[in-house]
Design a protein around this ligand. Sequence first.
Ligand code: ADP
Ligand code: ADP
Length: 225
Amino acid sequence: MLKINDIDVYYGNIQALRGLSIEVNEGEIVTLIGANGAGKSTLLKTISGLLKPKKGSIEYLGSSIDGKPAQTIVKCGISHVPEGRRVFSNMTVEENLELGAYLRKDRDGIKKDMEHVYELFPRLLERRKQLSGTLSGGEQQMLAMGRALMSKPKLIILDEPSMGLAPLMVKNIFNIIEMINKEGVTVLLVEQNANMALSVAHRAYVLETGSIVLSGTAKELQESE
Ligand code: ADP
Ligand code: ADP
């Protein structure tokens, strides 16, 4: 589904990714694990069109997407939930979800998908008229994921969804990631919490200073730890 081949990504003179290659197959949950500064967020931003690789290629469903603007990439079915659960805090939960569908025109489909997001996240339904800035961290994470789902992605990219959340909420979020995946959405997940990530992932890559140093099935990587 997604084939990243030998990419180099720079911030000015600083090289953040070095000849990096990964593959994500349709239907999988793939996790990228690595210490702070390894390049995980950089890779996600490159896939979603916020950064351009200097070298290498990114292929999605058979077409090249590297260098395409972020909006085009959302339109072809890739939705990125950035780190730090950015929600529009002065807008309600419902308005945030509607914004997630801003590139769509199918009113009936949008309505149905919003109902489905509320089924996945009943807490958001209870709070749908509430300003997002008043939600807890975990609820904001749910909203950020819900908003991403409103663009009807085939591939959802999650950057550190568990960061700063209480253990029960983390479990909740990971259960929902598995549910979304069972409904047919492919997942690329970045996590510092390797154990948690490996417990839901099919395959994993370990990133170190901009390169992949290890890859395998989640089971293989759990055993090698
Ligand atoms: P991770 O997500 O694994 O913590 P990042 O992708 O954020 O890692 O960072 C990879 C490298 O790129 C780090 O060395 C980081 O300092 C550097 N970096 C990240 N963002 C910027 C930026 N905006 N400008 C310059 N360097 C950056
Ligand atoms: P960084 O500084 O970490 O590189 P930015 O703040 O520039 O990230 O934002 C990255 C992307 O996320 C941009 O395309 C920006 O428009 C988008 N973005 C920022 N805030 C929000 C938000 N509240 N909701 C949706 N997208 C947002």
